[in-house]
Design a protein around this ligand. Structure first.
Ligand code: SF4
Length: 112
């Protein structure tokens, strides 16, 4: 598998493959790239960011840790369907969303 490390602006090109049951990462310039490549190969995940309107406010939301890529649409649907009472920046909107271990937190709040 070929991918680009997104852990810093350098963007090293990674070649990731399995050999004798071990995940091998080539092309990384530092250990963060090796960890990223292995995660991408075994269980690719992303931080989810979105916005949601509620009452007189528009909230910016994000997961506080990456969730598996296969769960992103389900996470977005859960956020969409869950009523949002008034919250402040830093508050947890949904705890342990869909048992991923990630919380949905408020990162911004604007009056509409
Ligand atoms: S491997 Fe290291 S240097 Fe290269 S993009 Fe990833 S974090 Fe940056």
């Amino acid at each position: 598998m070929k991918t680009i490390c997104i852990m810093c602006p350098v963007g090293c090109s990674l070649n990731v493959y399995e050999k004798n049951g071990e995940v091998i990462v080539e092309g990384n310039s530092c250990p963060r790239g090796e960890a990223y490549g292995k995660t991408e190969f075994v269980n690719p995940s992303r931080v989810v960011t979105t916005t949601k309107r509620s009452g007189a406010f528009s909230y910016s939301l994000k997961t506080d840790k990456p969730v598996p890529k296969t769960m992103i649409f389900k996470v977005m649907e859960k956020i969409k369907k869950t009523p949002l009472k008034e919250l402040d920046v830093g508050d947890v909107f949904i705890k342990n969303i869909l048992k991923t271990g990630a919380n949905i937190i408020v990162t911004g709040k604007l009056t509409i």
